[in-house]
Design a protein around this ligand. Structure first.
Ligand SMILES: *Cc1c(COP(=O)(O)O)cnc(C)c1O
Length: 433
């Protein structure tokens, strides 16, 4: 059998990875070869619950027959055609299906790209070009939120507030001011030079699952509107049901000026993104050639991606995914509360829909020394009990596909409890009823 691990260690360069450690003798990376529902299987035949939905992408489970069939059907026709100079039926249908979620006078125009970062890049470039074409050349800055995350391309990353990721590139990025709350934004001087405010609505993912106060998004919308500042929502993680509604902004009846979607757009099957834009912004791009939006990628509106995305939306209807969510979210909340009560090392649980952060601290409530990498060790240990997930520092992230069942939630949380015990040396908490 081919030694895939050796080939990987010799030639692959992994994202956000300490390669020296990854390629060391002791490291035994999992080779994932198959998936079904919320389960993933490795090359040795071990099965695991996909506890972070394959890096926050998967919605209805792996190998879903409806999505598989939709991709196969399109594949039998053609895999890719250019969206530059041509169109195709599925892109037309998908754009209509997406805008249908929003009032007719608002987000009605869809620009396709490839991933979360490019969905943000598009919104940022559009926001700046819009100002240049509307006699507002002075609005050249962005405001973003501290510790936010918007992707890794140079432009999107410059709006990110996680210093470890971007500090060394800061001087190459956009002009951005960071605030940590709406109140701080309201006190900023010179708001008339701001083109747009970017935020992850309801919950910041990479910031250890930081949940915003209720009503904050609604108030932010009112404030930005009054100031003539565009509201750019990054729903790359929160989109497609994660927070309980199709889009997080719907929870507070907010319609942004730009809406960025990616990860769950195709149900987690193929890389594809969409930037939804208000019609009046789009209209500023009409006219002679100098007004066009000169931007695009080779795989823009890839037909296989569109097929998967349409099937993803179909499943929301055929399986009543959103209707079933509240009961699951409540069940999950109950089980998490039990975990927090039973484990002395769970200091806080933060939850928004099926987006969960479980923060670990020592029994006195103090943070562990970062060098101990407790969160990471717990996640590695949890694999032995059948769960795959990743921490952010010492916050364990649990962000399963929406299709997870109550039984599977139980299995996952038991694996987390066992992982914690294995690393921190405490008897495994009893999570039975
Ligand atoms: C993952 C993520 C991105 C970046 O998406 P990519 O597809 O990885 O480029 C942007 N914003 C948020 C909120 C994300 O979670």
């Amino acid at each position: 059998m081919t030694d895939w691990i050796a080939l990987d260690k010799a030639h692959c360069w992994h994202p956000f990875t300490r390669q020296a450690e990854w390629t060391s003798e002791e490291s035994k990376p999992l080779m994932l070869v198959r998936g079904e529902g919320v389960w993933l299987e490795d090359a040795k035949g071990q099965r695991y619950i996909d506890g972070n939905a394959s890096i926050w992408t998967n919605i209805h489970g792996h190998a879903h027959p409806v999505i598989n069939a939709a991709i196969s059907e399109q594949l039998s026709r053609v895999a890719h055609t250019s969206f530059l100079g041509y169109s195709h039926p599925l892109a037309a249908e998908l754009s209509e299906r997406l805008v249908r979620f929003f009032p007719e006078t608002t987000l009605q125009r869809v620009f396709f790209s490839d991933d979360g970062s490019t969905a943000l890049e598009c919104a940022l470039k559009m926001a700046i070009q819009y100002r240049l074409q509307s006699g507002e050349e002075g609005r050249t800055e962005f405001v973003a939120f501290a510790n936010g995350y918007h992707g890794d391309t140079m432009g999107a990353a410059s709006l990110g507030g996680v210093n470890a990721f971007f500090e060394r590139f800061r001087k190459f990025g956009f002009p951005v001011r960071f605030v940590s709350s709406l109140a701080e934004l309201q006190e900023l001087e010179g708001l008339d030079s701001v083109a747009g405010v970017v935020i992850e609505p309801l919950v910041q993912g990479v910031n250890q699952i930081h949940v915003w106060p209720e009503g904050m998004l609604r108030d932010l919308r009112a404030f930005t509107e009054a100031q003539g500042i565009h509201l750019i929502l990054d729903e790359v993680m929160t989109g497609f049901g994660r927070t309980g509604t199709m889009f997080a902004c719907q929870r507070e009846n907010v319609v942004p000026d730009f809406l960025c979607l990616a990860k769950g757009l195709t149900g987690g099957y193929l890389p594809m993104a969409a930037t939804l834009v208000r019609e009046e912004i789009y209209e500023a791009f009409l006219g002679d050639a100098s007004k066009a939006f000169y931007y695009g990628h080779s795989y823009t509106a890839n037909p296989l991606g569109c097929a998967a995305a349409l099937a993803n939306l179909d499943i929301f209807e055929s399986e009543s995914t959103l209707e079933k969510l509240p009961a699951k979210v409540d069940y999950l909340a109950g089980r998490l509360q039990r975990l927090a009560e039973e484990s002395p090392y769970v200091s806080e649980v933060r939850q928004c829909g099926v987006v969960v952060g479980i923060e670990l601290r020592d029994a006195e409530g103090k943070a562990f020394a970062p060098a101990r990498r407790v969160g990471e060790q717990v996640c590695v240990a949890a694999r032995r009990y059948g769960l795959l997930t990743r921490p952010i520092l010492d916050t364990l992230v649990f962000l399963p596909p929406l299709s997870i069942t109550e039984e599977e939630i139980d299995l996952a949380l038991v694996a987390i409890a066992q992982g914690i015990s294995a690393v921190l040396g405490q008897e495994s908490p009893d999570l039975s009823n």
